[in-house]
Design a protein around this ligand. Structure first.
Ligand code: NCD
Ligand code: ZN
Ligand code: ZN
Length: 345
């Protein structure tokens, strides 16, 4: 029986580090587990320029614990008015690692997002030309589309046509939640990949709705039915280089989650690796964890793998009911549960 696992240090290819007091409270958790992370730009106001991005990166660096070797990889929030020249310059100067497509109104702080991908055609062309990754929140927003169908409809109405128009563009279909998305990514060429969150590997929609409404199991895209969860588990643990780690850790204060209109987002950063590893163990795929966590992401982005390592031990760890993030309570994913592996410092 494996009781100790040492792998190259993982990266998180999708995280919300927030800003201000919350950033001060949560940055340490991601920095402890990961070498690098793709940092989402959905602040208020969003990070839409090189200047704003450099300033945000500096605030992240200032929020890291002393001596941290963590590197934030920054992203540009696309809007209907994004200037292709700004995206190109930000990428070539090393400020933007990727650009992020939020369909307007799809999720937290996406009101300034893109109303129609036709409006960013020149931006996408530029990105394809320079080899810059497009990160996509893949849900349509039309009122008449059922929330459980929004990802599958996005594939058909937006993503497939977009890739037809820009066949060379590197696209990360983020936080996928459906068998439809798994099948689409598997059938697509090598320039299309996906990230998978810990929550979508652990829970289906019952976790959110059975026995009472559970706001801390609510995120977007919402968890789907069990067959989709099983498809995601198979995809993530199969060893395919098209699927890699992206936590989508999205902290909101306990108050804003436990509300008449609760915010979407699950805060999983403090125990992300322990959470993923539980899945890989249950799927008898411990030997494939390093690929998912530390190798496939850098390969897709064209970045070097990390030289340093981390070690996880087969030892119980109990996730606290709440975490104090710089004066605000945040409820973590797996609150109050015990996980079978522990990241060794
Ligand atoms: N995943 C979420 O439920 N929420 C994210 C936004 C996002 O990634 O869609 C957030 O910023 O809170
Ligand atoms: Zn999203
Ligand atoms: Zn996200």
């Amino acid at each position: 029986m494996t009781t100790k696992l040492t792998i190259r240090r993982p990266d998180d290819w999708h995280v919300h580090l927030r800003d201000g007091a919350m950033l001060q409270g949560v940055a340490q958790f991601t920095a402890r587990q990961f070498a690098r992370a793709i940092v989402m730009p959905n602040l208020s106001p969003p990070v839409t320029s090189i200047e704003a991005c450099i300033a945000y990166r500096n605030r992240i660096m200032a929020a890291l614990p002393e001596g941290s070797a963590f590197t934030p990889l920054m992203t540009c929030y696309l809007t209907d008015r994004t200037d292709p020249a700004e995206v190109r310059r930000g990428f070539t100067e090393g400020v933007f690692t990727a650009a992020k497509l939020y369909p307007a109104g799809a999720t937290t702080n996406s009101d300034g997002g893109v109303t129609d991908v036709a409006n960013i055609r020149a931006v996408l062309e530029t990105m394809a030309e320079v080899g810059m990754v497009l990160c996509v929140h893949g849900e349509v927003t039309s009122a008449e589309i059922d929330i459980f169908d929004r990802e599958a409809v996005f594939i058909e109405q937006v993503l497939a046509p977009l890739l037809k128009d820009q066949p060379g563009l590197k696209v990360v279909f983020e936080h996928i939640t459906t068998q439809d998305a798994v099948e689409f990514v598997e059938a697509a060429p090598a320039n299309v990949a996906a990230t998978v969150t810990p929550q979508h590997l652990h829970i289906n929609r019952n976790a959110m709705l059975v026995g009472g409404m559970r706001p801390h199991a609510y995120c977007l895209p919402v968890a789907k039915r069990e067959k989709h969860r099983l498809a995601l588990r198979a995809a993530a643990t199969r060893g395919s280089t098209k699927f890699f780690l992206g936590t989508d850790s999205a902290p909101h204060t306990r108050e804003t989650k436990e509300s008449a209109c609760g915010c979407a987002g699950i805060f999983n950063a403090p125990f992300a690796l322990e959470s993923y590893l539980a899945v890989f163990e249950a799927e008898s795929a411990l030997d494939r964890f390093e690929g998912f966590a530390s190798l496939h992401g850098p390969a897709f982005y064209g970045l070097p793998v990390n030289e340093s390592t981390i070690t996880l031990e087969k030892r119980n760890c109990t996730v606290p009911a709440t975490i104090m993030a710089n004066g605000e309570y945040v409820v973590p994913f797996h609150a109050g549960e015990t996980l079978g592996w522990t990241l060794v410092d």
